[in-house]
Design a protein around this ligand. Structure first.
Ligand SMILES: *Cc1c(COP(=O)(O)O)cnc(C)c1O
Length: 403
């Protein structure tokens, strides 16, 4: 088991943090504990999850489970946070955090560009509960400063933001948000702790969809919140116990295994994405490529300062988006035309601007103009996987130029 006093590197932590040999069997790999209930040594005590403390024995898997607990410790360790709570999906984590922290009359300031599920949850469900919602361009600190209100309780950032890869300067925005008496959440799904550790830069909470890079293989849904221990033990009682979005131990076990290779996979994802981004940028049918590792990214300087790895996500624009999307769906041989991201397989899908605006973002005219400056009428979102980059470029090329 790692010595808590030693400053191990990220690869050592990704392999070992949170895990220790099972005391009963001396098993080296983490045990998969599927039991939903745990035998109590003594009768009595309270029947309510509200009586739990962080070091209570395991009682019921919705309240806590040994395999899930190991994953939570690994996540907190890699993000340099005090604690983590895992959920069944990234959306369950996002919903839990928002419902736990916000009350009627509070104002939530959300990134104008964010994961579609979060954008819709906030604008539809939370607005119905009497929570004030507004959106700002989190890549523009002046827009953030203008949008904070006396009752702002929470600011929701996502960096890089899905799907156009705008960045939030976490240190600068955390400072603005704290001076306004609010807290900052960063959805760091695209960055992973290998690229950026938001808590070190002043964020109060980090949210992940573990379904993406952290699991890394496209075979397990999961989500997590990382933050201060005392805040998260309250959040666990209020949300995993009462809202019930508990992570399956089997998925926790798959995600633990995926996380062991996270630093190696992220290095390969970034290497391959840089090759695909350069290829697309020089392609005659491609109008624009957005990738934080390219000098042409509008925030390239911030990307270099805030991201130790540029991750595997990029977006590109062509003149014939909808027709090309059809061709991609039919002709691509290596890429899968599919939603989701962060897997070892390369994935691509087309996101039409009108559809995103109507269904998810519903921006005002000014923010829509900002969005269109990046995305035009639509963009291809690419999650560059771990295949040979030359094969990925050739696959895109044969579908871009069919003759
Ligand atoms: C996928 C995703 C989510 C939602 O996660 P699920 O595990 O699919 O529920 C949230 N934020 C971002 C940035 C995502 O990519």
């Amino acid at each position: 088991m790692l010595n808590q006093k030693k400053p191990y590197g990220m690869q050592t932590r990704a392999v070992h943090a949170g895990e220790s040999p099972d005391p009963a069997t001396r098993a080296s790999a983490p045990n998969l504990v599927m039991s939903t209930t745990f035998v109590l040594d003594e009768a009595g005590g309270s029947f309510s999850g509200l009586s739990l403390t962080d070091d209570s024995p395991f009682v019921y898997t919705r309240w806590g489970n040994p395999t899930v607990r190991q994953l939570e410790h690994k996540l907190a360790n890699l993000e340099n946070g005090e604690a983590a709570v895992a959920f069944s999906t990234g959306m369950a984590a996002a919903a839990a955090l928002l419902l736990h922290l916000l009350a009627p009359g509070d104002h939530l300031l959300v990134s104008d560009v964010a994961y579609a599920g979060v954008a819709e949850l906030v604008r539809d469900t939370l607005a119905k509960l009497g929570i004030q919602i507004s959106a700002a361009d989190l890549s523009d600190p002046e827009d953030v400063a203008r949008s904070l209100r006396p009752n702002t309780r929470l600011v929701w950032a996502e960096t890089p933001a899905n799907p156009i890869l705008k960045l939030t300067d976490i240190r600068l925005v955390a400072d603005l948000v704290h001076r306004a008496g609010a807290e900052l959440v960063v959805d760091s799904t695209f960055a992973t702790p290998i690229a950026t550790r938001p808590i070190e830069l002043g964020a109060d909470y980090v949210v992940h969809s573990l379904t993406k890079y952290l699991g890394g293989h496209g075979d397990a849904l999961g989500g997590a919140i990382i933050g201060r221990a005392e805040r998260l033990s309250k959040l666990r009682l209020d949300t995993s116990i009462h809202l019930g979005g508990a992570l399956s131990p089997f998925n926790a076990w798959l995600i633990l295994r995926g996380m062991a290779t996270l630093p190696l996979r992220m290095a390969a994802h970034a290497h391959n994405a840089a090759a695909v981004a350069r290829f697309l940028e020089s392609h005659r049918r491609v109008k624009r490529v957005v990738y934080p590792g390219l000098a042409s990214h509008p925030q390239a300087e911030l990307a270099r300062r805030q991201m130790a790895n540029f991750s595997g996500m990029l977006a590109f624009q062509t003149d014939d988006g909808p027709q090309l999307a059809q061709r991609f769906a039919q002709r691509l041989e290596v890429f899968h035309y599919a939603v989701s991201l962060g897997h070892h397989r390369s994935l691509i899908c087309y996101l039409a601007t009108d559809d995103l605006q109507k269904n998810s973002f519903r921006m005002d005219d000014e923010h829509q103009a900002r969005y269109r400056a990046y995305a035009g009428d639509g963009i291809f979102r690419v999650s560059v996987g771990l295949e040979d980059p030359a094969d990925l470029c050739a696959d895109l090329d044969q579908a871009l130029c069919p003759e």
